[in-house]
Design a protein around this ligand. Sequence first.
Ligand code: CTP
Length: 394
Amino acid sequence: MKKVILGVTGGIAAYKAAELARIFIRGGSDVQVVMTRAAAEFVAPLTFQTLTNRPVCIEMYAERSEAKIRHIDLVEDADLLVIAPATANTIAKMAVGLADNLLTTLYLAATCPVVVVPSMNVNMFSHSAVRENLEKLRVHGCHVLDPDSGELACGVYGRGRMPEPSDIYLFCRAALQRKDYKGVKALVTAGPTREPFDPVRYLSNPSTGLMGYALARALSERGAEVTLVSGPTHLNVPAGVKLISITTADEMYKSVTELYPETDLVVKTAAVSDFRPLKSSGEKIKKNEAALTLELAPNPDILLELGQKKKNQVLVGFAAETGNAVEKARGKLSDKNLDLIVVNDLNEQGAGFAVKTNRVSVIDREGTVEQLPLMDKDELAHQILDRIVKKLQV
Ligand code: CTP
């Protein structure tokens, strides 16, 4: 998303577009804001000009310093046109191809993907005229992000509120993704498992689920049908992903084995606890009654079993090691009959649990080892998917 045109129309949510502009800029985009006159009544163009470091365009026939620049030049090399908020009025004009201001003219001239984010009063949003117009925009190829429900600026509750800028940003990213996982049923496991030995105590590990959630989001963005079987985390479920929450390894085992026959791809990022306490007390253990030894029983190795039962599924495992990572991961790849294993060395800086970045090596059955540089887990998820997709096609 190098060059983004952000269209802002005259709704109260226009103030949230300022935050959206900032998020795009933080993500490395150049943002050109185009406002309608009504939008400029809600938020001063100077706000956007300051944030984007570019003059805001409003008027169709404004005097421009560079005579060469015509209105359609603005969208000629744009990667994305996003209109947020989009009022019922602008949506109606777009639906019939009316070009009576700069923004609607740019819309007609744009050849890049277009994202439309309607925001209005609940009754306006449910009016059949607005519904029909939005349907037309979908037919014309626009990506429409439905509004959220909640308290609206007019004081009533209902659907019509513009989604949070961070969600709009993720939606835009998804709209631009190639859909190379369309038709793929993917199962991702994420997070830690917890193995209780009384109602308030358990064995676990520091996994936060970041890598697994990033992979589930990336798969969904690329068109897969994604089920996420997740241990306890504090993360939001990515849009379009079906969540099955579990706590113990045994619960994960049951969910995963049930879904497995209908699954094309399994990505097992979960940090499954290898052991569970042999006994779990129904009552809280008092410190004066506690034995000092906790007896453990092994948990099922879920991935090992999936490997043994494998038919056409592609299986991807994860391993976190401390030293000799590639060698150890190779062993797991062959023992568990995997197609690919992603390994990181916990001793390396920026890799591992509870950090936003990771540095991994990807190893396949043919023995190829590819070391990827340190990167953000969201970006890494896409890099990993670029490699998995080749295995799905074989
Ligand atoms: N895994 C699993 N079930 C388990 C343990 C691990 O499905 N009971 C999966 C993990 O989700 C991961 C892969 O197996 O994708 C490797 O996990 P890891 O803990 O690194 O390996 P283990 O086989 O448990 O070996 P060890 O703990 O001895 O390193």
